[in-house]
Design a protein around this ligand. Structure first.
Ligand SMILES: Nc1ncnc2c1ncn2[C@@H]1O[C@H](COP(=O)(O)OP(=O)(O)OP(=O)(O)O)[C@@H](O)[C@H]1O
Ligand SMILES: [Mg+2]
Length: 471
């Protein structure tokens, strides 16, 4: 609804000047202007807080405040309002400074006609409204907006820029924008933020005039999340293609290995007991078995070997895997078992076996000198309020398998990589880098979670949560 009148706060200590202004305004159109009067800064400040004031007409010389102090006080008094100042005849400089500070307009006392006064007030209100709209567009913009001088110095930044660079305006102001900008293209840059984190940003640039000088307007969009998703998608596609390829190769390779192993075993049985030939054939057989294990991992990983899903009581499977492991364990390693679960899961015993074997084998490899391998199994209930629900685990009963070693630990810079297929720190022939990728694949498939904690030199702990079937 359009307002019928404009409410002016007239801050003027001279009664005669105030009366003159009131007369001028009422002469224009009776009832168009409603005037509230204040004659001191204090009184002006009190009235200025009223939300229904449309414009402030301000004399700078008040009994309790002078010049720019008066301007500052009214400009910073909430809610923001348009301000028109009244100056003396030769006060152009003061007027210019006040406009720079944010005042909408000025008039020269005693030199302004009623029509001009009315025009100045209307213009101040319109200008203020327009500025407010543009300010809103800039402050609420999700993209960072920077204005840099031709020397690259930051002269303006919006709140989104403060968030992107993780710097307050005070710290951004005057700094040099250190990225190449091209006004004809969209550039992409890596930004090292003030808090040490990294962001990827897309920059668009345009030549502008800012405060009478050439400058560049930069619109910067934070594309870190989008880039991460793109990289994940590319990686997923790569893995899918690789999986298909590896699955096919593994399948053929498995058939060839069966032939090699079959003939190696046959020949070994025919060779003379204790002969070099028998020893060589035995080595071929062992290497062949290792190759078969790797093929099995690849097949599980590429989901070529489909697990047969049925309810499985997990305790006997874990116990059997540990028993199997113990047979080949070096003497300096102690195994501590705490198996206390009665629960069942929906799964394939061979895949549970693989989980235990892969994590335990890594643990054993990490303990060159003496060490302890602890395996615990228990049932836990995850409540809505538990912090692990934050890791994407829905509330319910889970089986918690914890495998702890006192080995070398995993250096922090590789801990994010260990579940990646083919990631290994072991030398060629010792590790294929598939063990944990297989574990991860199985656990995800079972809608479980895996967590790893490790401290260099002190050991590692892998915790696997698998959803239990109702008792
Ligand atoms: N318990 C652990 N202690 C120290 N490092 C570990 C541990 N478990 C895994 N790692 C690290 O994670 C890497 C990847 O493990 P993963 O089981 O996937 O592959 P691998 O053991 O190298 O080879 P593979 O299991 O295929 O024979 C290992 O090379 C090792 O650097
Ligand atoms: Mg391994």
């Amino acid at each position: 609804m359009t307002k019928l009148h404009t409410r002016i706060l007239l801050v003027e200590d001279h009664d005669s000047d105030a009366q003159l202004l009131c007369q001028m305004l009422s002469g224009i159109d009776t009832g168009l202007y409603q005037i509230l009067r204040a004659d001191t800064l204090k009184d002006g400040m009190d009235q200025c807080r009223r939300p229904d004031i449309d414009v402030i007409l301000l004399d700078l010389g008040l009994p309790d405040s002078q010049g720019m102090d008066t301007v500052t006080a009214f400009l910073s008094c909430p809610p923001p309002k348009p301000v028109v100042i009244m100056t003396g005849i030769n006060d152009e400089q003061i007027a210019a400074r006040a406009v720079q500070m944010g005042v909408q307009n000025f008039l020269v006392k005693g030199q302004t006609s009623a029509t001009v006064l009315s025009w100045i007030l209307r213009d101040a209100i319109t200008r203020f409204e327009t500025e407010k709209k543009f300010q809103l567009l800039v402050t609420q913009n999700a993209d960072a907006i920077l204005i840099v001088s031709r020397d690259g110095e930051v002269v303006f930044a919006n709140p989104a820029a403060e968030i992107l660079f993780k710097k307050r305006w005070g710290d951004l102001k005057g700094t040099v924008f250190g990225f190449p900008v091209d006004t004809n293209a969209i550039s992409e840059v890596d930004i090292n933020r003030a808090d040490g984190t990294l962001a990827v940003a897309e920059i668009r640039a345009a030549d502008i005039i800012w405060k009478d000088s050439d400058a560049i307007l930069l619109t910067i969009r934070d594309v870190t999340d989008r880039k991460k998703l793109e990289a994940e998608l590319a990686q997923a596609r790569k893995m899918e293609a690789l999986g298909l390829l590896a699955g096919g190769v593994a399948h053929d390779f498995n058939n060839i290995m069966m032939v090699i192993l079959g003939y190696a075993e046959l020949s070994r049985d025919q060779a003379k007991e204790g002969s070099d030939l028998m020893e060589n054939l035995e080595k071929i057989r062992q290497a062949g078995q290792r190759a078969q294990q790797i093929v099995e991992q690849i097949l599980t990983f590429t989901r070529q070997a489909r697990g047969e899903f049925k309810p499985v009581r997990i305790t006997p499977v874990v116990k059997e895997a540990i028993q199997f492991l113990k047979q080949s364990l070096p003497g300096h390693i102690t195994v501590v078992e705490t198996i206390e679960s009665d629960a069942r899961i929906m799964g394939d015993p061979a895949q549970i076996h693989q989980i235990v074997m892969n994590i335990c084998t890594n643990a054993v490899h990490a303990m060159e000198t003496d060490g302890t391998l602890s395996v615990s199994l228990k049932d836990i209930i995850v409540e809505e309020s538990d912090c692990i629900t934050g890791e994407g685990m829905s509330p319910g009963t889970y089986i918690e398998l914890k495998i702890t070693d006192t080995g070398t630990g995993i250096p922090p810079h590789i801990i994010g990589e260990i579940f990646q297929p083919y990631f290994t720190t072991k030398c060629v022939g010792k590790g294929s880098g598939l063990g944990l990728a297989v574990v991860h694949g199985i656990v995800e498939h079972y809608k479980g979670k895996i967590r790893v904690e490790s401290r260099a030199g002190l050991g590692s702990q892998f915790t696997v949560y698998l959803p239990a079937l109702p008792a």
